[in-house]
Ligand binder design. Structure first.
Ligand code: LRH
Ligand code: MN
Ligand code: MN
Length: 388
């Protein structure tokens, strides 16, 4: 088993970004269940995100979604974040909620709609300039529902044109992160359906265009760790949107349905040097807590990522390489399984104590009284954005 102390050093420096939308009410198209005490504005979302960092010590940034998190004064939002001990992170663009986007945003056949979408993407870059954010994350709901509805190739041309314009607008220290998704809300074609499409566009754009792997955006049975290994090898993996899925884009707690998959993904990241502080990979959560309380849901998510990371770090890579070189199939598999089957909770508890944190973040949060305070203080909380 690889060294505990070395693993702790990597885990101490690990950073996991939280999504602002995880803290608001959310649900499915059937029902949004309102919870008491949820944030009424972006400032309160930032305050809740800061709680997750306070108890885990590894989640010091919160991603914004524009316009869900639109405010008059981003400087004030940044200061509120700093006062609470965190900073503002990735800016996620939203060109999927207006009636105008029924036939697409940047790939819409109507140039006026394309212009409107592009203007929004430019506005997101203006927000980044004010918040000091490095990454602009783009996910397009664009696609078609019926064969013949629109020209598949023309839509790719329109997409490429918009991406070029956005890329040209970014400053030298900003990045464009292009997310893909198999399907939904378009069901027949999706304009960025898979990693290959995202990769091809990013390759053309240049070095600061990178792919985002949202773990929930694949067909069942897809080998996500292969995609991760491939993109890392090409220097094109910019970000993760972590969550867990059973059937579709479920956005459930990462590592809940399949902690083994999360371990396999993080092992590939580790093998490629992606856990180094300067790797440039943004490890983000992209989740909604529809039926469970939101702040504990985020704390649990961060802990699940930490546990999978710890197991990936404990893989005895020397023994693994030796078994691989010897063609020892079962031996090599056994080395991986040994690490996966290790209980890393004591190691993480020890690390937290060394970091001056409570070894049990869930219990410490529950004891803190914060949940009761926000229920008493906040009346009429907001929906996260979905179904709004
Ligand atoms: C799309 C998606 C994308 C959005 C987020 C709210 O399914 O994963 O990342 O920005 O959900
Ligand atoms: Mn996502
Ligand atoms: Mn999604």
């Amino acid at each position: 088993m690889a060294g505990r102390e070395a693993a702790k050093n990597v885990l101490r420096a690990q950073r996991i970004e939280l999504p602002s939308w995880a803290f608001g009410n959310s649900g499915t198209r059937f029902k949004v269940f309102a919870q008491q005490g949820v944030p009424r504005d972006p400032f309160e979302k930032v305050a809740d995100a800061a709680q997750v960092h306070a108890f885990t010590g590894v989640a010091p940034t919160v991603a914004l979604h524009i316009p869900w998190d639109e405010v008059e004064d981003y400087g004030a939002l940044g200061r509120a974040a700093a006062d609470a001990g965190i900073t503002l992170g990735t800016v996620n663009a939203n060109v999927f909620q207006d009636d105008d986007y029924k036939l697409g945003s940047v790939t819409n056949p109507d140039p006026a709609v394309r212009r409107k979408a592009l203007d929004h993407l430019f506005a997101c870059i203006d927000v980044m300039d004010r918040t000091g954010s490095r990454d602009l994350k783009l996910w397009f709901s664009d696609g078609t529902n019926y064969p013949g509805q629109d020209d598949i190739r023309a839509r790719q041309d329109r997409l490429a044109e918009a991406l070029e314009a956005v890329y040209a607008r970014l400053s030298a220290d900003q990045r464009l992160i292009l997310e893909y998704k198999l399907f939904e809300p378009a069901f027949y074609t999706t304009d960025v359906p898979d990693w290959g499409t995202s990769y091809a566009h990013c390759l053309r754009l240049g070095e600061r265009a990178q792919v985002c792997v949202d773990t929930g955006h694949h067909a069942p049975g897809t080998n996500i760790e292969f995609i991760v290994a491939f993109l890392l090898r090409e220097g094109k993996l910019g970000a993760f949107d972590f969550n867990s899925r059973f059937y579709a884009d479920d956005d459930l707690i990462v590592g809940a349905a399949d902690p083994f998959q999360l371990f396999r993904i993080l092992f590939e990241v580790k093998q490629a040097g992606g856990l180094a502080a300067d790797s440039g990979i943004a490890f983000m959560l992209d989740q909604c807590h529809n039926i469970e309380p939101k702040i504990p849901g985020q704390i649990r998510s961060v802990m699940n990522v930490q546990e999978a990371t710890a197991k990936a770090l404990l893989v005895d890579t020397e023994a693994l390489s030796a078994a691989q070189a010897a063609g020892d199939v079962l031996g090599a598999n056994g080395v991986l399984m040994d690490a996966f089957n290790t209980d890393v909770r004591p190691l993480l508890a020890e690390l937290r104590e060394e970091m001056g944190l409570d070894p049990d973040p869930m219990a410490a949060y529950a004891r803190s009284g914060y949940a009761e305070r926000i229920v008493a203080d906040r009346v009429g909380g907001n929906q996260a954005g979905w179904g709004a």
